[in-house]
Design a binder for this molecule. Structure first.
Ligand SMILES: Nc1ncnc2c1ncn2[C@@H]1O[C@H](COP(=O)(O)OP(=O)(O)O)[C@@H](O)[C@H]1O
Ligand SMILES: [Mg+2]
Length: 275
């Protein structure tokens, strides 16, 4: 999560979900962003293929929610299932204040958690790509989550916007915690994205972040690479494209960076499981 668009949320969550699935974890990926880039990356066309619903909204709405299994679909990646997103997710942002006013929203921030509980025994990891805003969807994902990744492009304006995001998130989490919900997480990490090690100002920001947040910043950054953005143009991740499609060093550098990031996250998950 992060409310900065372009901070690499979708790119990092797609590569994380696919890497974990390829490693044998049973993964459920959820696109919670109405803009649905994660969905498009996985071959579902948000504006054509979901005319009769099929997003998480169907399973978390206040009236007649469907079983979450009804909106889960297989992807072409073994072990990776998907709940796609599209603009319909916005309905949750509109419904929640109305349901709250009527007094029947229940604990709105538990909607995602409760829906996921139905398939808890079928997955090892759930990866949620959040929308670039701090709405009810994001808060509900945040209370369902056991781990939180905040993507951050190391430039000063992005860091300023992130600190605003963190302050607002903390305030909202306090409000939710006051109503008795457990808003603690097993882990929370900053993930540096689109990082260019040869860029001096970026390096100063990275040094600043590492000083401020210490080991809360993942050791491995996601390097900026044309291999990653070019793969994105054809709606692919780097795990899907042929190595021969790129200059070998470009591909190798990018994939090493992605694997290092994703394996560091896998390690956090394993630690939480006590393995
Ligand atoms: N490591 C990277 N190297 C190069 N381009 C990247 C990288 N990560 C993301 N991008 C590109 O930056 C743009 C925004 O990334 P995206 O993951 O969609 O951000 P968000 O989901 O936070 O809006 C996309 O066009 C994507 O291809
Ligand atoms: Mg996105």
């Amino acid at each position: 999560m992060n409310f900065k668009g372009g901070s690499g949320k979708t790119t990092s969550s797609a590569h994380l979900a696919q890497r974990l699935a390829l490693k044998g974890y049973r993964v459920l990926a959820i696109d919670l962003d109405p803009q649905a880039s994660f969905t498009a990356l996985h071959g579902v066309q948000p504006e054509f293929d979901l005319l009769d619903g099929g997003t998480l909204y169907d399973a978390i709405r206040y009236e007649d929610p469907v079983p979450i299994a009804d909106v889960i679909r297989k992807t072409y990646v073994p072990n990776l299932d998907l709940i796609p997103g599209n603009l319909e997710l916005m309905e949750f942002e509109h419904d929640t204040p109305r349901a709250l006013a009527r007094g029947n929203a229940g604990l709105f921030f538990f909607r995602v958690k409760e829906a996921l509980a139905q398939v808890d025994d079928q997955y090892d990891v759930v990866v949620i790509d959040c929308p670039p805003q701090l709405g009810f969807l994001t808060m509900s994902a945040l209370s369902a989550a056991t781990g939180v990744l905040v993507t951050i492009h190391p430039e000063m304006l992005d860091v300023m916007s992130m600190s605003q995001f963190l302050r607002m998130t903390a305030d909202l989490m306090d409000v939710i915690a006051d109503s008795g919900a457990d808003m603690s997480h097993d882990w929370m990490r900053y993930l540096l994205t689109r990082y260019e090690p040869t860029d001096a100002p970026q390096n100063r920001v990275v040094a600043f972040l590492r000083t401020m947040y210490g080991d809360k910043v993942l050791n491995a950054p996601m390097l900026k690479s044309t291999a990653i953005s070019d793969a994105g143009l054809t709606k692919q991740t780097l795990y899907e494209v042929e190595r021969s499609a790129f200059t070998r060093t470009t591909y190798d550098r990018a994939i090493e960076s992605l694997n290092a990031v994703n394996d560091e996250i896998a390690q956090l998950i394993q630690q939480t499981w006590g393995r």
